[in-house]
Each structure stands twice: as structure tokens, then as C-alpha cells.
Design a protein around this ligand. Structure first.
Ligand code: KIV
Length: 306
């Protein structure tokens, strides 16, 4: 079902990958998770073979242009979730619980997780934190909502951490990461994101829990990897974390395509005949002139406004 090492993913059934199937990938074929924020990108990433699409609160930075993820709201996550869910035929769609949507109490966490499932089209939720959020995870899982955990660099703690910095670098901090992951597993999390921690610590965490670990800046021994789609595609130059391998330079292509478009508009070589509808002939009152309605019929359906 999955491609050979380093190769392109092979054809998969056009049905959803389930949470039990994700759990069963522990120690098996690594999981590929990518963030997505809209229908078109979700459909492309799904077609490319992503197992999981994450509507991350990173959208606050890469879509909305904020310096942190903190301003993102549950309603915004749900708005993007509905679009991504429409594009995901195979990939599991998980939604990030934004800052202050789950920290206040287990009840608030459950309410907001429920809202994300009902209104955002999500199949599970992800939240940041270790032992301190274990009760919240337990409560959400008890309601039948699968939860993905997230330890290590947790961007919602950016101010407390003094920036987006590698975590778990001393014994005490490393122990906190391991204990956090164990607490999440014990609370019922089905997978755990490990962000920006040393690879040997990630290996230890991966061995310490029975659910898949999904790394971002956590080395190669995790049970899966996750990247922000705009990093993977080379479209977000503002931050260049060491782990964010650019698999393409789509940003450069977009700039080049835009320059070509602007040049052709200014030089009046676009639109050419092949991009132009047939003249209506109405002004010349030709005998075979077609009514404007017929011309409108040739416009692709998704361009038609009425
Ligand atoms: O918000 C996000 O995109 C994330 C991933 C980087 C794991 O949490």
C-alpha cells in the first residue's frame, strides 16, 4: 500500500485512513503529516500521499501574517478545517486547538474540541502540552474525540520559552518531555507530535510510548514526520528552521509566474485569442449572432456567479 523507501507513494484506496490505522503504524511505515489550510492545497497534498493533514494554528503565521500563533481562534480553525476536509479523500484531518481554547479547564477543552468536530469537519484534535493538559485530553477522549498530543517546542508557550527554541536540552527539561509524552499516552492520546528536541531524546520518547510519535525537528527515529506545507514547498521565507527541508521552490515559481503575467498584461499579449471568448456579434447584428446567454454557457461552472 505504501511506497518503497525514498520512493513515491503507491496508489492507495480512495477512503479515509482511520485513527486505529494511524496507531497501528507505530514502528511501521513512517507517517507523513503536512499542514493544510485550504481546499486546493489539501486536495494536492492528499493526492501526493499525505496520511494526515493538520490544520495547524501555524496558520496565524503563514496565512494571517502574525508573528506568533497566539491570535488564532477556534472559529478560524473551523473555517479552514471545513475547506481542508472537502479536499481530503484519504488523509485524516486533525485540527489544532488554538491558544486559550483548552487551557482554562477540562470542560472548556471538551466544549471547544466538540465544536471543532461539529463545525470544522475534523476527525480529531491536537493540543499542546504535557502532564498539565493530561486531564483535559482524558476528558476529550472519553467523549469519543481522538486527541493528538504535542510536546517539546510548543509554540503557544513562545513568550515563556523566550522564542522558538530547541527544548529538552538538559536532563530536567528532557525528563519533562518524556513524562509529558507518557502522561499524554496514559490519558488516551493516539499520537504525539515531538517538536524541536534533540534526536536522541526523540528516540527515547519514541521508545517510551506505545503510540506513534510524529517529529518536526526531532530527527529520523520518530514514527512519522510533519512539516508546514509552505516550508515544504519553499513559500515562507520569514523563518528558516534547520529542520524545514524545502522539497520545492514554489515561492520562486509563483514570483516568476506573476512577473510573466504582469509583463504580458502590460505588453497586451495576454489575453491572446485562445484565452478569449468568441465575439458575440450583437453590435454588428449578424444573422447568425448567438444570444449572450449561450456565450455565458461556455464559462467554466466555477467561474459563473449566477
Ligand atoms: O501548528 C502547526 O502547524 C503545528 C505543527 C508544526 C506540528 O503544530
Amino acid at each position: 500500500m505504501y511506497g518503497p523507501q525514498g520512493g513515491a507513494p503507491t496508489a492507495r484506496p480512495a477512503r479515509k485512513i482511520t485513527v486505529p490505522e494511524i496507531r497501528a503504524r507505530k514502528g511501521g511505515t513512517p507517517l507523513s503529516m503536512i499542514t493544510a489550510y485550504d481546499f486546493t492545497m489539501a486536495r494536492l497534498l492528499d493526492e501526493g500521499g499525505a496520511d494526515i493533514l493538520l490544520v495547524g494554528d501555524s496558520l496565524g503565521m503563514v496565512v494571517q501574517g502574525h508573528p506568533t500563533t497566539l491570535p488564532v481562534t477556534v472559529d478560524e480553525i473551523c473555517y479552514h478545517g471545513r475547506a481542508v476536509a472537502r479536499g481530503a479523500r484519504h488523509a485524516h484531518v486533525v485540527g489544532d486547538m488554538p491558544f486559550m481554547s483548552f487551557q482554562v479547564s477540562a470542560e472548556r477543552a471538551l466544549e471547544n474540541a466538540g465544536k471543532m468536530i461539529k463545525e470544522g469537519g475534523f476527525e480529531s484534535v491536537k493540543l499542546e502540552g504535557g502532564e498539565e493538559v493530561a486531564d483535559h485530553v482524558r476528558r476529550i477522549v472519553a467523549a469519543g474525540i481522538p486527541v493528538m498530543g504535542h510536546v517539546g517546542l510548543t509554540p503557544q508557550h513562545v513568550h515563556a520559552m523566550g522564542g522558538f527554541k530547541v527544548q529538552g536540552k538538559d536532563v530536567e527539561a528532557a525528563d519533562r518531555v518524556i513524562e509529558g509524552a507518557r502522561a499524554l499516552e496514559e490519558a488516551g492520546a493516539y499520537a504525539i507530535v515531538l517538536e524541536a528536541i534533540p534526536p536522541d531524546l526523540a528516540e527515547e520518547v519514541t521508545a517510551a510510548v506505545s503510540v506513534p510519535t510524529i517529529g518536526i525537528g526531532a530527527g529520523p527515529t520518530c514514527d512519522g514526520q510533519v512539516l508546514v506545507c509552505y516550508d515544504l514547498l519553499g513559500m515562507y521565507p520569514d523563518l528558516k528552521p534547520k529542520f524545514a527541508k524545502r522539497f520545492a521552490e514554489v515561492g520562486e515559481q509563483i514570483i516568476a509566474a506573476t512577473q510573466a503575467y504582469v509583463g504580458e498584461v502590460q505588453g497586451k499579449s495576454f489575453p491572446a485569442a485562445e484565452h478569449t471568448f468568441k465575439p458575440s456579434g450583437i453590435r454588428r447584428s449578424l444573422p447568425d449572432a448567438r444570444p449572450a446567454a449561450l456565450v455565458a454557457d461556455e464559462i467554466p461552472p466555477h467561474w459563473q456567479t449566477h
